[in-house]
Design a binder for this molecule. Structure first.
Ligand code: GDP
Ligand code: MG
Length: 404
């Protein structure tokens, strides 16, 4: 694996706006995440530019005055990439590029770039390439020059690396071809999934960087790549896991993130087939993240989009070792109590109630409460298995008996 440290980080600036639907605190959260995304792609964020506006400027996204300040900053600080948190229209992207004369990316473009960097198998690469071309198609007029493309770096990985194809027709043909290629692979994958036979399928889902791959590794003793980066793993890994004497299949999937564009979800349809065909979802949550509840909502929204919201789900709250909460001093009578003041035990009660008992709190890293986790997963898998094969009732006793 290439050490990120050896890579020269590019000077990067982030831009976001405060609007009616997005207050200053929310924007800060979004920009924190965008900064993490930029870092994952190889960018060092030098500064954030934010502006309060009714609605984005149709020509330049931010206002004229702000744009002048930004232009000056970019010129004086050797900035090579400016990343906007929201999706830019092709026209905006084009205009801004002309003004700033550096690489302009929006959140989607950045995520696609990380995907391109991290896709390992030809299957994942094909899915990413398709998503990139679909993203590129309406933006073909505003491409960077050939020379700039050859320099590489953030936003430059993927289609057009060797040659810019400004001909929309060529891109459309390419999209059609990639779709066909994916269809062929999909069929093969469906057959493979079919061949896995009667085993119960358990799939890890969740926001990116919550510890899905780490949990996969401790449970299945496999060696899936886990790293404190967004989208460290893009390819689905499936392992046969045995608890007691009960075998089942466990899959690690790509993480979700908010503002994930539909076209991207669409390109990853086949990866998400793994989720669709699951018997049981383990929805992993990073409880140490201040916005973990929003993350849960984003994941649920995507599950809903792919019609998986009703699947049996166990909520797995991970990273309890890193959980901290704010404390109100006894003599402090003004601070209002919020969720941020919840103790772990309070969250446990809340979520046990909300998830009808299907919630568990663990640390995959410190191996805390993993025995309980194995027990809960065993019982759930056993239940599904026995519904299908009532005869096997005798084969798989309760967890405790099975441990003897
Ligand atoms: P994924 O994107 O959901 O697959 O997340 P990874 O498994 O790649 O983990 C992301 C980061 O979280 C890595 O740096 C892990 O070491 C870290 N991590 C995973 N589980 C835990 C945990 O229980 N506690 C803490 N503190 N960190 C964890
Ligand atoms: Mg992972």
């Amino acid at each position: 694996m290439l050490e990120q440290k050896e890579i020269a980080y590019e000077n990067t600036v982030l831009v976001g706006i405060v609007t009616q639907g997005q207050d200053a605190d929310t924007l800060e959260d979004y920009l924190d995440e965008l900064q993490f995304l930029a870092y994952t792609a190889g960018g060092e964020v030098k500064r954030r530019f934010t502006q309060r506006m009714e609605r984005p400027n149709p020509k330049t996204f931010i206002g004229t005055g702000k744009m002048e300040t930004l232009m000056e900053y970019v010129k004086e600080n050797d900035i090579s990439t400016v990343i906007f948190d929201d999706e830019l229209t092709p026209a905006q992207q084009n205009n801004i590029e002309k003004l700033l004369r550096c690489k302009i990316l929006d959140r989607t473009g950045l995520i696609l770039d990380i995907f391109a960097q991290r896709a390992k198998t030809s299957y994942a690469r094909t899915q990413v390439e398709l998503a990139q071309y679909e993203y590129l198609l309406p933006r073909l007029t505003g491409l960077w020059t050939h020379l700039e493309r050859q320099r590489g770096g953030i936003g430059m990985r993927g289609p057009g690396e060797t040659e810019i194809e400004t001909d929309r027709r060529i891109v459309r043909d390419r999209i059609a071809l990639l779709k066909k290629k994916l269809q062929t692979i999909d069929k093969q994958m469906a057959v493979q999934r079919g061949n896995r036979g009667a085993l119960v399928r358990v799939v890890l889902v969740g926001y990116t960087n919550v510890g899905k791959s780490t949990l996969m590794n401790v449970i299945s003793k496999s060696n899936v790549f886990a790293e404190n980066k967004l989208f460290a793993t893009l390819d689905t890994t499936v392992r046969k896991v045995v608890i007691g004497n009960l075998p089942f299949l466990l899959s690690d999937t790509v993480g979700f993130i908010r503002k994930l564009p539909t076209q991207l979800v669409e390109s990853f349809k086949s990866t998400l087939d793994e989720v669709r065909e699951a018997d049981l979802l383990l929805h992993v949550v990073d409880i140490s993240h201040p916005n973990f509840e929003e993350h849960i909502e984003s994941v649920n929204a995507i599950l809903d989009e792919i019609h998986c919201a009703d699947k049996p789900t166990l909520m797995v709250f991970n990273k309890i070792d890193a959980y901290t909460h704010e404390i109100i001093a006894d003599d402090d009578l003004t601070t209002e109590r919020t969720n941020k003041h919840n103790t772990l035990a309070e969250w446990q009660r809340t979520w046990m109630a909300r998830a009808n008992g299907d919630a568990i709190f663990i640390s995959a890293l410190n191996k805390e409460n993993l025995e309980e986790f194995r027990k809960v997963v065993y019982e759930k898998v056993r239940e599904i298995h026995i519904t299908r094969f009532p005869y096997n009732h005798f084969l798989y006793p309760s967890y405790e008996e099975n441990q003897e």
